[in-house]
Design a protein around this ligand. Structure first.
Ligand code: HEC
Length: 140
């Protein structure tokens, strides 16, 4: 429920992950940013096939790549916002596939990006360097 967290140095909640897990999450973040940019461009070009192709890989299929030990460390609110973002990408994929108006898809993307804002305002992923972390989730 609470995941593996502590109070962050800037008032946000710090989610404490192992170094490889942190890198995996940040990799996914960079992909989300790139995908959002691609969708914005494709919408401007009214290229719905390109919207669909960009959004599909980052939809709910991407959730399966989050392994269970990482899931256990993520607080519930983080998972809600994160999984919600993937489901919203499914919606964008479907809307593009159905040929819905560009404007409606744009609004859906804007709404989806509220998840980015809320999650970034709430959580941080501190780098733990070589410090050994011991807490409720054990030693890792
Ligand atoms: C479930 C929570 C969550 C959601 C949703 C989320 N992010 Fe993040 N993102 C984070 C956290 C936490 C960090 C690390 C921030 C920190 O440590 O200051 C991060 C970092 C990033 C980074 C920096 C990556 C790096 O290499 O350092 C980018 C870019 C990013 N997010 C883009 C996005 C975009 C774009 C979206 C929405 C489409 C998004 N994120 C949605 C939690 C989230």
């Amino acid at each position: 429920m609470l995941g593996n967290t502590e109070k962050g140095d800037d008032g946000r909640t710090a989610v404490i992950l192992g170094s490889a897990e942190r890198q995996m999450v940040l990799n996914e973040m960079r992909l989300l940013l790139e995908t959002s940019r691609t969708i914005v461009e494709a919408l401007a070009n009214e290229d719905l096939a390109a919207v669909e192709a960009a959004a599909r890989p980052i939809g709910s299929a991407a959730i399966a790549t989050v392994d269970f030990s990482l899931r256990a460390k993520l607080p519930l609110e983080f998972k809600k916002l994160g999984f919600g973002t993937h489901y919203a990408m499914d919606d964008i994929t479907d809307m593009a596939g159905q040929g819905q108006p560009v404007k409606a898809i744009q609004l859906k993307l804007a709404e989806t990006m509220n998840n980015c804002i809320v999650c970034h305002a709430t959580f941080q992923l501190p780098e733990m360097k070589n410090k050994q972390v011991v807490n409720s989730a054990g030693v890792f």
